[in-house]
Design a protein around this ligand. Structure first.
Ligand SMILES: Nc1ncnc2c1ncn2[C@@H]1O[C@H](COP(=O)(O)OP(=O)(O)O)[C@@H](O)[C@H]1O
Ligand SMILES: [Mg+2]
Length: 221
């Protein structure tokens, strides 16, 4: 479903050009549970931003379900992003003034798809991630692991074909991080959702069916 060919990304800082991605080649099949692992600074988040259509590569080809998307215009890109991709970040990024339920609904609100069945759907997803009894709590009333569960429900609400998670356990202790990984594994196994987990932690990467090793702006295996 994803095919990246020779993806390069450079940033210009003043007079100098910094090459962050130096020709990434990667294929991800529907239903995979893949981790992209590498040391801090090797370009993982930059790669995730390109795969997630949050940023554009400098050159290369990126096919998403058979469509070249690397250079699509901004409006079309955000449309594809909203419909196809669910994001999970290390810092959760829940809105503090909204309840867990309202946070889960937010992507539907943004894309104008919220309707009568939205509350039911969001409750169902909160149940899926084990948070149904916290639906009316605000983020400050939830632990880190609970906030990440809500963020995963939010990532699922638009029925994405792929979930991209950038260091999703990075702010959690080992046990809670393990529980979050179990949740990703269950969603992948039971619902066939494609999950890509970006991590610097070999213990997390090892739990995925496939590990792509990243080093210095490229994928080495
Ligand atoms: N917007 C940017 N402008 C300039 N340099 C950047 C930018 N984003 C990332 N970089 C640089 O790219 C390199 C890789 O960053 P990143 O993708 O965040 O790595 P990782 O997620 O693997 O830690 C770092 O050296 C970082 O300083
Ligand atoms: Mg990063």
């Amino acid at each position: 479903m994803l095919i990246l060919r020779d993806i390069r990304k450079s940033y210009r800082i003043g007079p100098t050009e910094v090459d962050v991605l130096k020709g990434v080649n990667l294929e991800v099949q529907q239903g995979e549970l893949l981790s992209i692992m590498g040391p801090s600074g090797c370009g993982k988040s930059t790669l995730m931003n390109c795969i997630g259509l949050l940023d554009r590569p400098t050159s290369g080809s990126f096919m998403l379900d058979g469509v070249e998307v690397a250079y699509t215009n901004d409006d079309a890109l955000s449309d594809i992003r909203n419909r196809r991709i669910g994001f999970v970040f290390q810092q959760y990024f829940l809105l503090s003034r909204l309840t867990a339920l309202e946070n889960v609904a937010l992507p539907l609100v943004y894309r104008g798809d919220a309707g009568q069945d939205t509350t039911d759907r969001c409750m169902e997803l909160l149940k899926r991630v084990g948070m149904e009894d916290r639906a009316l709590h605000r983020p400050a009333e939830l632990s880190g692991g609970q906030q990440q569960r809500v963020a995963i429900a939010r990532a699922l609400v638009g029925s994405p074909s792929i979930i991209l998670a950038d260091e999703p356990t990075g702010a959690l202790d080992t046990q809670v991080g393990g529980e979050i990984m179990e949740l990703f594994k269950t969603l992948n196994a039971e619902e066939g959702i494609t999950v890509v987990i970006i991590t610097h932690d070999p213990g997390i990467a090892r739990q995925c069916k496939r590990v792509a090793l990243m080093k210095d702006g490229g994928i080495v295996e």
